[in-house]
Design a protein around this ligand. Structure first.
Ligand SMILES: *Cc1c(COP(=O)(O)O)cnc(C)c1O
Length: 464
């Protein structure tokens, strides 16, 4: 694809269609992109569900033997092919050697998560010592806030999005109460301007500039789960810290989706789950990051034996030798059965780079956007024609792979029509579908098939 460097997606699609002598909307364009996709081989590292295996009552309209069009990796990533093998290895080890499994084999349970933290660190742009794999996301958010949210009567606010993910909202609210403050006074919520759907960077920065002295903690997401907006983490971190705030990010929708450089950006802390773009399976082992600049100064508030130095942890003398940095935040031993699928996925990430994935992602999502605009842009002359409005920013630098599509009518019927034609995506009533083409396993042909099926779904909708 080198010959298209410097062109935007529309120009690239036009150039390819001219080359092939077909229309820009032809499936041949998608096939061409797939043929030249240097990451195409990664799809076979995942198990793509067959349409016939989906729990749907009405599959009358499609060929069930085909793979579904899976566009919901933002909610639950696909199963890595090696996950089952690794799980079976550990179940076998348990069956055959019992407690010896703690220290034996290629994945000694007592430090198995440590063995994959270097892979994890690469995905988030951190040093290995800055990353811990442990607990669930919201649990980690709480543990980190206990140390980074230190409200005083002057500086007591947490800045977050008005429409933050509910768990983050509740976590912040309860942390504020825990310290004896009032969420009404101490939660500072950011909303888009009237009539707009996403936050402007300039507005976020302005609030931090104006209110910074009263803000203890800036706690935003990296990529917004609903709109798909990618925040300018560099500018937010820089501005927040200049005003004396700690700055942390919930990277649930950013990790494995966009390039992160948590270390270089100087982010104070971050946390993420691993079952979305990191494909570790429902409830998978979550991640936490604490910047190395805090390794000797920011201490965990809640302690457990897993925060004790591994070398002397099992001497059990009750004299804590706390590990520096994020490692000291570990409380319990980690479940090996969650380490296995995450290892399987991180090894696939390690076959490429986030930079290469992102390069494909920008074209893949741009191709989806291009086709949506082509078929469903609002046309004032044809107001009866169904149209689709993309909530997600059109600037690729301000989004990850997900597009949030807002429909002009209630979306449930469209969703059902898509579903019975083998499309798996996410619906947020009343009017939004979230579509996430994941560069690890989605193809350009998936996008083309999706667009054709969307046409059929909307046509079915219009029938009385
Ligand atoms: C998915 C998601 C969660 C889910 O939290 P869990 O603790 O993993 O259940 C929380 N916050 C955000 C922003 C998310 O996207």
């Amino acid at each position: 694809m080198e010959k298209f460097v410097g062109l935007n997606v529309r120009e690239t699609v036009e150039r390819v269609s001219a080359l092939l002598g077909c229309s820009p909307t032809s499936a041949k364009v998608a096939v061409y992109f797939d043929k030249h996709d240097t990451l195409q081989h990664l799809r076979k590292e995942f198990l793509v569900p067959k349409i016939a295996d989906l729990p749907l009552s009405d599959l009358s309209v499609v060929d069930g033997t085909k793979e579904c069009i899976y566009l919901v990796g933002n909610s639950l990533g696909l199963q890595p092919r090696m996950a089952r093998k690794y799980l079976e290895e550990e179940l076998d080890k348990w069956a055959k050697t019992g407690v010896h499994g703690h220290t034996e084999g290629s994945r000694p349970w007592a430090w198995a998560e440590n063995n994959i933290e270097d892979l994890m660190a690469q995905v988030v742009g951190a040093k290995t010592e800055e990353v811990a794999l442990m607990n669930g996301l919201t649990v980690n958010l709480h543990l980190l806030m206990l140390s980074f949210y230190k409200p005083t009567t002057v500086r007591h606010k947490i800045l977050l999005e008005d429409k933050a993910f509910p768990s983050d909202h509740y976590a912040a609210e309860s942390q504020i109460r825990l310290r004896g403050f009032d969420p009404q006074q101490s939660m500072l919520l950011l909303s888009p301007r009237p009539g707009e759907e996403t936050l402007r960077t300039e507005d976020i920065l302005e609030v931090i500039e104006k209110e910074g002295e009263s803000i203890a903690l800036v706690m935003l997401s990296g990529v917004q789960y609903y709109t798909g907006q990618l925040f300018d983490m560099v500018a937010i971190t820089e501005t927040g810290q200049r005003k004396g705030c700690y700055v942390g990010f919930d990277c649930a929708h950013a990790v494995g989706n966009v390039e992160l450089k948590l270390h270089d950006w100087g982010v104070d802390f971050a946390c993420w789950c691993s079952y979305k773009y990191l494909n570790s399976g429902a409830g998978g082992l979550a991640g936490a990051f604490v910047h190395e600049k805090h390794k000797d100064t920011i201490k965990p508030v809640l302690l457990g034996w897993w925060g004790h130095d591994l070398k002397t942890r099992f001497q059990m003398n009750n004299v804590l030798e706390l590990q520096p940095g994020v490692s000291g935040f570990r409380i319990s031993n980690q479940p090996i059965l969650l380490v296995c699928p995450l290892q399987a996925s991180l090894e696939v990430f390690n076959m490429t780079t986030m930079q290469a994935l992102r390069r494909k992602s920008i074209l893949l999502t741009g191709y989806l956007e291009h086709l949506i605009q082509h078929y469903y842009a609002k046309d004032p002359a044809k107001s009866h024609k169904p149209h689709v409005h993309v909530i997600t920013p059109s600037d690729p630098q301000q989004r990850g792979c997900q597009l949030s599509l807002s429909f002009c009518h209630p979306v449930r019927k469209v969703f059902q029509e898509l579903e019975k034609r083998g499309v798996v995506c996410d619906m947020r009533e009343p009017s939004v579908l979230r579509i996430a083409p994941v560069p690890l396993y989605n193809s350009f042909s998936d996008i083309h098939r999706f667009i054709k099926i969307l046409g059929a779904a909307l046509a079915a909708y219009q029938q009385p």
